[in-house]
Design a protein around this ligand. Structure first.
Ligand code: NBP
Length: 492
């Protein structure tokens, strides 16, 4: 009979699983490692895990038998069907109150479903976002757990011990119920798409309009990394741009300019549309990858479709040009995070989740791909007011955007003048100008819909009259020959 000595069981010995096990062992926990392909367990025990508080399991039964109660079993396996298969295999061996944690990139509706099913069976289920890649898993990831709240006291110590620390605080807190942990991870990944796209646009403008070399652009990122943009992604961009191939030429310029967009970025954009939230920057970041992917078509179009050419002296003041771009990047980033938190707020409302907003910002401050100085300010904003309606209503961010906006507008105008695409910069500014507009042209849109589809409209209270009553759906016979019947179903 196996002895129940394990604090944590971990299933899945690929890159994330192995590193998280080593991390947990370094923090004094005894981890029981299991993998579908047994040879990987044997290899791991004989190498990286040797001499550490890590024991192997030869079967699901063996794994369960080696864990202290309530058992805590974390899955770090391929998302999708494998998670359902493994849960089905595990459950018959578990007792009520045992805990299954899915640490993979599962889609939150799947986590909602698994949470419901397992709750009925008395098993506590946690869906946890894990970010930071291989290095994060090994030395401190950002962890975003949500699901059965009763599980949190049992896993809190392990999770907060192995998580990254930011100013001494663990980048891990309880997010909320059901699939909310995976939801927050999904939005994190969407924001990551946006941050990367913004950086790419700044690089493209410096290259194509400023005619900077990669080394010069690297120096700009190096400088930016000491200011408000200080972040992991700016830091790695700096290093990528100064990395030469064996022939002394920048390696990045030899890389095919096509990118994929499966998974969490796409899910975030789809969810934003489902919830009716204008998360435009992440949407543009996903579409930019789609545009990059049609390389052959772009190649043909580049020969056929004309645009402005960039003169050699397009930039008169390099310092101002770089300063403006920094402001454009900073302001757009503020908009992207404001949109991300708008989406989280709407999800909480739509799905009936009570979410911990200050903790979400805190969890993203360290360990993960979007870690940055900037997130300290977001954490502060939500700590000062956990129910903050919009990040842009916070004094610090409102004033930061106000200060940044002339450089932001100049950068976008310059790029448009010379035909350099800036989908993320531009959509961020369009959102900002739309958000701060008390009146938008949707009045005309409503009139058009009523004209062709009898879709009705509402009238502004100050314009109400006997034939245009307030708070009533009104249909007008715009042409004199249309009917007076309004549509109750047609949605244009
Ligand atoms: P992978 O996503 O490559 O998954 C490989 C693991 O899944 C192996 O242990 C494999 O076992 C196991 N597996 C598969 Br495939 N089908 C299985 C099944 N039906 N039953 C049991 N096990 C099965 O590993 P990863 O890159 O370490 O990522 C793990 C999770 O963490 C994923 O959900 C991933 O999206 C997420 N994630 C990854 C990163 C990253 O940087 N890689 C970052 C953040 C989150 P086998 O050895 O027997 O084939």
């Amino acid at each position: 009979m196996s002895k129940a000595v394990g604090d944590l069981g971990l299933v899945g010995l690929a890159v994330m699983g192995q590193n998280l096990i080593l991390n947990a062992a370094d923090h004094g926990f005894t981890v029981v490692a299991y993998n579908r392909t047994q040879s990987k367990v044997d290899r791991f025990l004989a190498n990286e895990a040797k001499g550490k508080s890590i024991i192997g399991a030869t079967s699901i039964e063996d794994l369960v038998a080696k864990l202290k109660k309530p058992r805590k079993i974390m899955l770090l396996i391929k998302a999708g069907a494998p998670v359902d298969i493994l849960i089905r295999e595990l459950v018959p061996h578990l007792d009520k109150g045992d805990i299954i944690i899915d640490g993979g990139n599962s889609h939150f509706p799947d986590t909602n479903r698994r949470y419901e099913e397992l709750t009925k069976q008395g098993i506590l289920f946690v869906g946890s976002g894990v970010s930071g890649g291989e290095d994060g898993a090994r030395f401190g990831p950002s962890l975003m757990p949500g699901g059965s709240a009763e599980a949190w006291p049992h896993i809190k110590n392990i999770f907060q011990s192995i998580a990254a620390k930011s100013d001494g605080e663990p980048c891990c807190e309880w997010v909320g119920p059901a699939g909310s942990g995976h939801y927050v991870k999904m939005v994190h990944n969407g924001i990551e798409y946006g941050d990367m796209q913004l950086i790419c646009e700044a690089y493209d403008i410096m290259k194509r309009i400023g005619r900077f070399t990669d080394k010069e652009i690297s120096e700009v990122f190096d400088k930016w990394n000491t200011g408000v943009l200080d972040s992991f992604l700016i830091e790695i961009t700096r290093d990528i741009l100064k990395f030469d191939d064996v022939d002394g030429k920048p390696l990045v310029e030899k890389i095919m300019d096509t990118a994929g967009q499966k998974g969490t970025g796409k899910w975030t954009a789809i969810n934003a549309l489902d919830l009716g939230m204008p998360v435009t920057l992440i949407g543009e970041a996903v579409f930019s990858r789609c545009l990059s992917a049609i390389k052959d078509e772009r190649k043909r179009a580049s020969k056929l479709l004309a645009g402005p050419t960039v003169p050699k002296n397009a930039i008169h003041d390099r310092q101002q040009f770089v300063y403006d771009l920094e402001q454009a990047l900073y302001a757009s980033k503020i908009i992207s995070y404001a949109q991300g938190f708008m989406l989280i707020r709407e999800a909480a409302r739509s799905y009936g989740w009570k979410l911990n907003n200050p903790a979400i910002a805190l969890m993203w401050r360290g360990g993960c791909i979007i870690r940055s100085i900037f997130l300290a300010e977001i954490t502060k904003a939500y700590r000062d007011d956990p129910d903050l309606e919009n990040l842009l209503f916070n004094k610090f961010f409102a004033s930061a955007v106000t200060k940044a906006q002339s450089g932001w507008r100049r950068s976008i105008a310059l790029a448009a003048t010379y035909g350099v695409p800036t989908p993320a910069f531009s959509t961020a500014l369009a959102f900002y100008d739309g958000y701060r507009s008390e009146r938008l042209p949707a009045n005309l849109l409503q009139a058009q819909r009523d004209y062709f589809g009898a879709h009705t409209f509402r009238v502004l209270p100050e314009c109400a009259s006997a034939h245009l009553p307030v708070d009533k759906d009104i249909h007008i016979n715009w042409t004199g020959h249309g009917g007076n019947i309004s549509s109750s179903t047609y949605q244009a």
